[in-house]
Design a protein around this ligand. Structure first.
Ligand SMILES: [Mn+2]
Length: 508
């Protein structure tokens, strides 16, 4: 999934050869969680009280519960309505978890709870009832210790942004402790989470392997006349039947005009002969995210226009991969991919020259942007981990052992592109020159996204789903083995007849 561009941002990497990491225990031990808490305690600016709040049970709507990432990172606890308090004072640290009580009558509805004893046994930390959290904080903070909140504090107080649970709790505490000092340790946690342990890399590898299976299944199944939701179903079925928790973000299956919408996820259009379909998907495995994109022609054969754009994007990705070595900066990768895309777009006539610019200020100001950004408007990549857009150490410094990230260049020729540019004399002149190419490549959209991990041995490409033109076409041409009969089912026929909710949002 592309991240809104931070300047040219992006990321990347790759390679180091063919040796795959050996099998690692895909589980995180209680000792590892304890060492994360110790590392956080050591990273605090002073003695103090660290508060991490877990997620609350979804009220009344019976949606699935997923733990909040920072709390999960520090405790491994997946129960709702839990909290962690870590106290660092005079060279000693102590952690206490606050959890819901065992309640056999209530567990008829909710399933079993750990209770304090269960939570203590699972984590090795102390554990008490959640109801005791605020009295315990009152007692600690009354002694003058500062409060360090593990993320979640609103950066700005704005009426249109609802307060977080941390905001509400801190507001209550401040009423009772007028001199309370509060700071966020989200930055320290991001730095820690940006360097994955071996166990974390193994979990990411598992999520990625499942996602690769799903991409292969989707490529083998796609054909004109299917609905996007049939591919979505096949992909998410493949996730779950291989033990993934869930998709790590809303599954993107965008065909035809929808392929040009970066975060399209309505996934309900019938795919047509001649369309490209962009499938940007990721499994979450024990909380760890994969993120892999493939873009293929629905009918199995690239048109010359689709082929040209596909090869350009693949070349850009390969260029970034060559730069992706231990010690490389994110910017180096991003610049390398951008240079390939800019040169390629110029060759296709979609921009005037590799270094050409256009008027990009919405209000008609003087700001100029590179023309290639009209077709490649997101970052090159991002870290992956507990979140699909996770911190990585290369955000702050360089690729190093423990990095895990994506490289995902893309080119999108949106049908209405020339109508949404600021109307200025220079833009009008540019539009006159590029209009024929924009018409020719209309609705061609390609994103290729792969996942990489770095170890002491170097950077490794781990999402090995087919991606070269010839291997993609070979898989698309293989006998259909998906077993999806839904395309011909009465229910999909009925759906087609009603056109309910059909999305063609790419802008004709
Ligand atoms: Mn992504």
């Amino acid at each position: 999934m592309p991240r809104r561009s931070l300047s040219l941002a992006a990321a990347a990497l790759l390679f180091l050869s063919a040796f795959r990491a050996g099998p690692l225990a895909a589980q995180i031990t209680a000792d590892e969680y304890a060492s994360r808490r110790a590392a956080l305690a050591a990273a605090l600016p002073s003695d103090g009280v660290v508060l991490a709040l877990g997620g609350e049970e979804p009220p009344e709507d019976f949606l699935s519960f997923w733990q909040r990432p920072n709390f999960l990172y520090l405790t491994g606890l997946r129960e709702p309505s839990a909290a962690m308090v870590l106290v660092r004072r005079g060279g000693r640290t102590a952690t206490t978890l606050y959890v819901q009580p065992r309640d056999p009558a209530r567990e008829v509805w909710t399933g079993s709870r750990l209770g304090p004893d269960g939570a203590a046994a699972l984590t090795g930390a102390g554990a008490r009832l959640r109801g005791e959290l605020e009295p315990a904080l009152d007692s600690l903070l009354g002694g003058g210790l500062p409060l360090y909140v593990a993320g979640g504090l609103s950066a700005v107080a704005r009426e249109d942004v609802p307060p977080t649970v941390e905001d509400l709790l801190v507001a209550r505490l401040k009423k009772r402790h007028r001199a309370l000092r509060v700071a966020s340790v989200a930055g320290q946690l991001a730095a820690m989470r940006g360097r994955k342990s071996e166990a974390e890399l193994a979990l990411i590898g598992k999520a990625v392997a499942i996602t690769v299976d799903a991409q292969r299944a989707a490529m083998a199944a796609v054909r004109p006349g299917m609905n996007e939701f049939e591919l979505q179903a096949l992909i998410e079925y493949t996730f779950r039947r291989n033990g993934a928790d869930r998709p790590s973000f809303a599954t993107i299956v965008g065909s035809g005009p929808n392929a040009t919408t970066l975060h399209y996820n309505a996934d309900d259009r019938f795919m047509e002969d001649g369309d490209m379909v962009v499938m940007d998907v990721g499994a979450s495995y024990r909380g760890y995210a994969a993120d892999v994109t493939r873009s293929v022609p629905v009918n199995g054969r690239f048109t010359p226009e689709q082929r040209a754009v596909y090869q350009l994007v693949r070349d850009a990705q390969a260029s970034a991969e060559r730069q992706a070595t231990l010690g490389a900066t994110k910017q180096l990768l991003a610049d390398s991919a951008a240079a390939v895309i800019a040169a390629g777009l110029a060759k296709l006539g979609l921009i005037e020259a590799a270094d050409a610019t256009y008027d990009c200020a919405e209000g008609g100001g003087a700001e100029r942007c590179p023309q290639y950004r009209m077709f490649y408007m997101h970052g090159l990549g991002h870290g992956i981990g507990l979140e699909v857009h996770d911190p990585d150490q290369y955000d702050r410094s360089r690729i190093a052992p423990g990095s895990a990230f994506t490289i995902e260049p893309g080119v999108y020729v949106r049908a209405n592109l020339l109508q949404i540019l600021p109307d200025t004399p220079r833009n009008r002149a540019m539009i006159a020159r590029i209009r024929p190419a924009v018409e020719r490549y209309r609705n061609v959209a390609v994103r290729i996204e792969d996942d990489y991990v770095a170890t002491e041995r170097g950077v490794e490409w781990i999402s090995r789903a087919p991606r070269e033109l010839a291997e993609v076409e070979a898989l698309l041409a293989s006998p259909r083995t998906d077993g999806i009969a839904a395309r011909d089912s009465a229910k999909v026929q009925w759906y087609r007849a009603t056109e309910a909710g059909r999305s063609d949002r790419g802008g004709h």
